[in-house]
Design a protein around this ligand. Structure first.
Ligand SMILES: N[C@@H](CCC[C@H](N)C(=O)O)C(=O)O
Length: 314
């Protein structure tokens, strides 16, 4: 019987051979990172999915290409009003789809730019980053980063102050559909409150939760349990699990943590604090609300960033 010679290179990687990559994460939300200072590496959706494959690729929840903003049409548009946003975070989900924003990703992105020697950011310094969700300013404290994520908004129209929910979510392990609130952080989120940690543990996220009505471009779904008591020393605490659009269940989601804090603060009413701790399976991130430019309330996300490896694609 003739033996078929074994392939030594995954087909999707062939045109990427020799490309350097890093692997990094923010509270367990992990990314393949590629520096493209000359704007020459087009990585298509199939290649992103192959690189992010956990069995046959490097493995990651998403892929981030670091490219000067001037090489992308979206970046050039941002440069008109924010010339300081020299670097653009070209983010893809693990299935190759685009998302407007990634909160853990932007922290890891800045850490990667530093590690590659592409920026010099002193402790306490700030860096403006172009993203498909607009320009985000990132402030460094050691190897932790705080990101001005900009304003939040409810996705579905209606009386914002009166509404407690605007959709229903069904997931394996939860007996009845649960009320939820859909919040945009540039990308879409639907936040479901559960009463007990045991319910959060019982929720199975191998398959995508069903959301009705679903936001126009799909949604990330966050399941959250408020701490008891909710507020301690002026800080609110919630525990969260997330099913991400274009990925599946992840260890953490920065924009999801912001959306979770928005929803829980809204449900808690006037006495709710502006500072939040969000516990996720991969660690802890901080969320703060503050008065931003133009009289809009902004959300700040803070947390660590880690680079674990660098290598070269075969
Ligand atoms: N994990 C990210 C969000 C990544 C994008 C998301 N899957 C989407 O499609 O919107 C984060 O940390 O914010």
């Amino acid at each position: 019987m003739d033996a078929t010679p074994a392939e030594t290179t995954e087909p999707a990687f062939r045109t990427l051979g020799g490309l350097r990559f890093s692997k990094g994460h923010g509270t367990g939300n992990d990314f393949v990172l590629i520096a493209d200072p000359d704007g020459v590496h087009t990585i298509d959706a199939g290649q992103v999915a192959a690189l992010c494959d956990r069995h046959r690729g490097i493995g990651g929840d998403g892929l981030i290409r670091a490219v000067p903003s001037r090489y992308l049409s979206e970046g050039r548009e941002l440069l008109l009003s924010s010339p300081e946003a020299e670097w653009f975070m070209d983010y893809r989900n693990g299935d190759g789809s685009l998302s407007e924003m990634c909160g853990n990703g932007v922290r890891v992105f800045v850490h990667f730019l530093r590690a590659e020697g592409l920026v010099d950011l002193p402790d306490g310094g700030a860096l403006a980053i172009g993203t498909r969700g607009g320009v985000k300013t990132v402030v460094r404290t050691g190897d932790s980063y705080a990101v001005d994520m900009g304003p939040w908004e409810f996705i579905f129209p209606g009386d914002a102050t009166a509404k407690a929910m605007d959709s229903l979510v069904t997931a394996d392990g939860l007996e009845v559909p649960r009320p939820a609130l859909s919040v945009s952080m540039g990308n879409p989120h639907t936040v479901v409150a559960l009463a007990e940690l045991s319910e959060l543990e019982a929720t199975r996220l191998y398959t995508a939760p069903q959301v009705d009505p679903v936001p126009a471009n799909g949604t990330n779904v966050e399941f959250v349990v408020p701490a008891e008591p909710l507020v301690h020393n002026g800080i609110g605490t919630v525990t969260m699990r997330v099913h991400e659009r274009g990925v599946g269940e992840t260890q953490s989601c920065g924009t999801g943590a912001c959306a979770a804090a928005v929803a829980i603060r809204h449900w808690a009413g006037a006495e709710a604090p502006d500072s939040w701790q969000v516990n996720v399976p991969g660690g802890v991130v901080g969320v703060k609300f503050f008065a931003g430019a133009g009289g809009h309330e902004h959300v700040e996300l803070s947390g660590p960033a880690v680079i674990v490896a660098t290598g070269t694609l075969s």
